[in-house]
Design a protein around this ligand. Structure first.
Ligand code: PEP
Ligand code: MN
Length: 263
């Protein structure tokens, strides 16, 4: 199978503006709220993150929620706020694209386009983002095997876009103590299978804020090229995923602790 593939394991670094992700480059921090909830919320969070250090600002504006009765995201207005927040702190932004109809807007506004766990199997969406010239962050499907995840990346590459960053965000297992089971073995495996940069999301990977720090350390020790962490200005008030979001003070503590470690 491997000789038919584009992603053969040769190391690829992905460029996002002046930022290089993967290869021998230092690990990067993607942080921000699960969802953009208001202009003030995303700007306040961005300013707090900037003080500590952040490479890419995240924020969902189209939210794939389990219940249709919960907050679904601000849509295009939220995208404008996220962009404004990113510009204020001079940092690229990432947001999730859920369907093809918003492709043009997301391509125009966002520096990296996230394909979420639920859409890893959406082959028509993968083909669409394969046809654009922007970095794609491809999250692992929550029930995806390594092989299926590799082939999802291969879809994007086969349609012309090699600027792919992988993101391990945990898989469903019998264990319910955590939201997902973070599969850190996938980090070195996906690197050698594809050569693509890989980052780890310990927020969705555990669902519990107290597990973010130990899993972040583990991820970097396993060779991850960066982390994606949910940070909210006040997680107790978050409209989604507050239980797995750090506040800016906790984020700072995590960064200081990670800086003390040598990976
Ligand atoms: C997210 O990062 O906002 C998200 C919804 O994550 P996942 O697709 O991993 O569930
Ligand atoms: Mn979330």
């Amino acid at each position: 199978m491997k000789d038919k593939r584009i992603l053969t394991g040769k190391q690829i670094a992905v460029k996002v503006g002046t930022l290089n992700i993967g290869g021998d480059n230092p690990s990067i921090m993607i942080a921000g709220p699960c969802a953009v909830e208001s202009r003030q919320q995303v700007i306040d969070t961005a300013l707090a993150l900037k003080e500590v250090g952040v490479d890419v600002l995240r924020g969902g504006v189209f939210k794939p929620r389990t219940s249709p009765y919960t907050f679904q995201g601000m849509g295009l207005k939220g995208l404008e706020y996220l962009k404004e927040a990113g510009e204020k702190i001079n940092t690229p932004i990432i947001t999730e694209l859920m369907d093809e109809k918003n492709l043009d807007a997301v391509v125009e506004y966002s520096d990296i386009i996230q394909i979420g766990s639920r859409n890893m199997y959406n082959y028509s969406l993968l083909k669409e983002v394969g046809g654009i010239n922007k970095p794609i962050l491809l999250k692992r499907g929550m029930s995806a095997s390594i092989k299926e995840w590799v082939m999802a990346a291969e879809y994007i590459a086969a349609y012309g876009n090699n600027n792919i960053i992988l993101c391990e965000r945990g898989i469903r297992t019998f264990e319910v103590y955590t939201r997902n089971t973070l599969d850190l073995a996938a980090v070195p495996i996906m690197k050698s299978e594809t050569g693509l940069p890989i980052i780890v999301d310990p927020s969705h990977g555990t669902g519990r804020k107290e597990l973010i720090m130990p899993m972040a350390k583990g991820a970097l020790a396993c060779g991850a090229d960066g982390l994606m962490v949910e940070v909210h200005i006040d997680p107790t008030e978050a409209l989604s995923d507050g239980q797995q979001s750090l506040n800016p003070k906790e984020y700072k503590k995590m960064i200081l602790e990670l800086n003390r470690c040598s990976f």
